[in-house]
Write a protein that binds this ligand. Structure first.
Ligand code: NDP
Length: 338
């Protein structure tokens, strides 16, 4: 049986400017009792996502996280009590539990997950991260062998998978990331053909050098100046996959739209398409099986960046927005007991 009390992290205030750990407040609250049709989950790992920051300001695909409420976030947990016959004690589930140690949620809001390999893979390569890369790149970007793919936030959770999937598809892959160490890791460890440090050099010039035949597919996680730099190097009939805009989340003054829109989209006949990973959920099992197969065959290396303890969640998110992470960032809250 769980303890009576648990820790949770609330959003203390809507952040102004850059997010700070002081924008959060931990507190101790009673462990909830599951009601009719509800399941009590012991949280094992919490996913830390760039999008967490966007949710605090509203205007996204989900409701705004309001001050005084538990910080929202996806997690993997184990069932410790169940009033829903579809779930048994010991089941592993994925749910939007928020940043807490225990959550009672209706069974219909949970997804039962079957671990394949380490539990953490359910949040990284076999979770939202891997599936975002998979569907965005393969269903929207559709790279062909011999084409050039550029990916931004390349050393992050989604980007590091995108680049490896593009390599497996036979493309030339150029990553854009925020440090020399990250760039070296992309090339030496993940097999990217080239990497550009956007903090150190002009992106447009660097893309011209590293993608001498132009860019056929641009998988963009960042927006802003990086987007503009790559846009000018797109080939005719190129595809731009708009996955996210992390450069615009952690500020009160998002940059102006990029130059070249819509002019270059017209003259180069570009296809620019946004997507939300949930759009493809009916095809999740196939994606998961394929990604697991690629990991088993050594075609994808899984990069995870794990911080320890529920109290580390605020700093983990602040750090991610500053580029501290390599690969999928998550918080280890507890070990599985069953
Ligand atoms: P990451 O692990 O990629 O972490 C974010 C990274 O963004 C940081 O490591 C940092 O790396 C980079 N970054 C931060 N600020 C800037 C900036 N101003 N300019 C350029 N790069 C910056 O996070 P996620 O994998 O969780 O998310 C990546 C993107 O994917 C986000 O835009 C997110 O919203 C999106 N996403 C979209 C989904 C969808 O369904 N469409 C689903 C999941 C994620 P660096 O050191 O390189 O700067």
């Amino acid at each position: 049986m769980p303890a009576d009390q648990m820790r949770e992290i609330t959003l203390a205030k809507t952040p102004e400017g850059k997010l700070d750990v002081a924008d959060f407040a931990p507190r101790t609250v009673p462990v909830p009792t599951p009601g009719d049709g509800e399941v009590l989950i012991r949280v094992l790992y919490i996913s830390i996502d760039a999008a967490n920051r966007a949710w605090m300001q509203g205007r996204t695909y989900r409701e705004q996280v309001l001050p005084g409420t538990r910080m929202a976030g996806g997690a993997i947990g184990e069932v410790v009590a169940s009033n829903d016959p579809a779930f048994a004690v010991g089941d592993i589930v994925e749910a939007d539990t928020g940043w807490c140690e225990y959550a009672a949620l209706p069974g219909k809001l949970l997804e039962k997950r079957t671990p394949r390999g380490p539990l953490t893979h359910l949040l990284s390569i076999l979770g939202i991260t891997g599936k975002t890369a998979y569907f965005g790149l393969l269903h929207i970007g559709k790279p062909k062998a011999g084409e050039t793919v550029v990916v931004s936030a390349a050393a992050g959770a989604v980007g590091s998978v995108v680049g490896q999937l593009a390599k497996a598809a036979g493309a030339r892959v150029v990553g854009i990331a925020g440090s020399a160490d990250k760039c070296a890791w992309l090339v030496n460890d993940l097999g990217f053909d080239a990497a550009i440090n956007y903090r150190d050099e002009n992106v447009m010039k660097a893309v011209k050098r590293e993608a001498p035949d132009g860019v056929d597919v641009f998988f963009d996680n960042v927006g802003g100046d990086v987007f503009e730099g790559v846009l000018f190097r797109m080939n005719t009939h190129g595809r731009i996959v708009c996955c996210g805009a992390v450069s615009q989340y952690d500020t009160d003054t998002p940059s102006h739209g990029p130059r070249g829109v819509p002019g270059l989209i017209v003259t180069k006949r570009l296809k620019v398409e946004g997507f939300i990973v949930m759009d493809f959920f009916d095809q999740s099992p196939q994606a998961e099986a394929e990604l697991a197969g690629m990991v088993a065959q050594g075609k994808i290396k899984v990069a995870e960046d794990i911080t320890e303890g529920i109290e580390s969640a605020p700093a983990a998110l602040v750090g991610l927005l500053n580029g501290d992470n390599v690969g999928k960032r998550m918080v280890h809250v507890a070990d599985r007991t069953n």
